[in-house]
Structure formats: C-alpha cells, structure tokens
Design a protein around this ligand. Structure first.
Ligand code: ADP
Ligand code: ADP
Length: 208
C-alpha cells in the first residue's frame, strides 16, 4: 500500500502514520524526521537547512526530492510506504510521480484554531520522533518518553512565530496539492478533529 499523508502542520499525520505503519507493517517515511536527524547529526545538509526549518520555511525542493528518492530506493519500501510530509509543493509531487505510483492520498483536515492548540502542546522524543501532547495525548510520566524514559522536548519550530509561518507556507505551497491529487482521483478527505482513536478508525476504513 503506497500512501501519502497530506495536511497542515499539527493535523496528526505523524501520529497516525506511526500507528498505521505498525498495523500494516509498512515504513513510515517522514521527511521532517529525516531532516531533523540531519540537523541533529550536523551533516552538510543539516547545517545548510537548520535556519530555514527553525523559521518554518521549506527546505529547497532538490534536497527533499533526493532524500525521498534515496529512501524509496531501499528494499523495505518496495511493497508499500507512508510518506508523511512529502510532497509539499507541486514540483515535489511531479518528481514523486516519476519515482513511483501511489494508491491513495489522505488529506488530513483541521481548522487553524485547533492546529495552534495541537502544535503548542506538542512534545517529542528527539531520537525516535515519537510524539505526545501535554493535554490530548500525554506520556505516562510527565515530560518523559513512554518507551525509553528519556526527556521529551518542544520542537524549536513549534513557536508562535514559526507556526504562523508554517501555516502560511502550507496555504500557499502545499494546499494546491489537494486539487492536484483530486484530479488524479486518488484523494480521500479525513476529518482529523476527533480523538486519536476515532481518527485512526476512519483512516483504517479509508485505506481498506
Ligand atoms: P503532524 O505530523 O500533522 O504535524 P502530529 O502527529 O505531530 O501532527 O500531531 C500534532 C500534535 O497533536 C501532537 O502533539 C499530537 O500528540 C496531537 N494529536 C495528534 N492527533 C490528535 C487527535 N486526533 N486529537 C488530539 N490531538 C492529537
Ligand atoms: P509538521 O508536520 O509539523 O509541519 P514536519 O516534521 O513534517 O512538520 O516538517 C518540519 C519541517 O521540515 C518543515 O517545516 C520544513 O522546514 C521541513 N520539511 C519537511 N518536509 C519537507 C518537504 N517535503 N519539503 C520542504 N521542507 C520540508
């Protein structure tokens, strides 16, 4: 099953991709996680994009496209994958079309007020990308990852200023992909405002 998760920041794409990846045993490929890993390891790419990412801008298309091309070339992605956070521009979608076919694009829908609430309470485990919310999806012990017990952090781009920038980038550059994939006949809208369990049930129905 070859899936793309599309939607504004904070809509729950990463959370649902983690759950679906376990359920269906297909890799969860998050360009955000890959890019944050590069920043953490201070690779050439990481150094080049750190400021852009923290300010809420988009990493240049040529860089993200080569990251995804390399990742999709690995054997575990041959039969299926969940692409979370890619494509984010028309140029990326055109490039993806040349790399692989897609079964379905899930369009996570959430209004701005709820997005801001979700992003401002988001906490992450840096090493694994596991994501929590201080109110909506709290860890078992406050401030600690459920699996490793390590500290959770607030992402440097989950600040008020960067959230506003990311919403603007989403509207201008990513939202046009909704009609792009609608025209291809593979888009399914998903209301991501209910509880995580309810959204996951709807997601399973959408991909079955
Ligand atoms: P995205 O990958 O789309 O940016 P995340 O999966 O990181 O979104 O979710 C954003 C925040 O909202 C996280 O703190 C997450 O725990 C929380 N969250 C995810 N899904 C739901 C939901 N259905 N209801 C409430 N909070 C949610
Ligand atoms: P969120 O789901 O909260 O928007 P992601 O983890 O998907 O965050 O992405 C975090 C940041 O990484 C983006 O704001 C952007 O700077 C960069 N990024 C991730 N995916 C892409 C992409 N496909 N194209 C360009 N930049 C990207």
């Amino acid at each position: 099953m070859k899936l793309v998760f599309l939607g504004p920041p904070g809509a729950g794409k990463g959370t649902m991709a983690g759950r679906l990846s376990e359920e269906k045993d297909i890799p969860h490929i998050s360009t955000g996680d890959i890019i944050r890993g590069a920043i953490r390891n201070q690779t050439d790419l990481g150094k080049k994009v750190k400021e852009i990412v923290e300010a809420g801008g988009l990493v240049p298309d040529d860089l993200t496209i080569s990251l995804v091309e390399e990742r999709l070339g690995k054997s575990d992605a041959r039969e299926g994958f969940i692409l979370d956070g890619f494509p984010r521009t028309i140029a990326q979608a055109d490039a993806l079309k040349k790399m692989t076919s897609l079964d379905r694009v899930i369009n996570f829908q959430l209004d701005d007020e709820e997005i801001v609430k979700r992003l401002s309470g988001r906490r992450v485990h840096k090493a694994s990308g596991r994501t929590y919310h201080i109110l909506f999806n709290p860890p078992k012990t406050e401030g600690k990852d459920d699996v490793t017990g390590e500290d959770l952090i607030t992402r440097p781009d989950d600040t008020k200023q960067s959230i506003e920038k990311r919403l603007e980038v989403y509207r201008n550059q990513t939202a046009p992909l909704i009609s792009y994939y609608k025209e291809e006949g593979i888009l399914t809208d998903l209301d991501s405002s209910p509880s995580p369990d309810a959204v996951f049930a709807d997601l399973l129905a959408a991909v079955s």
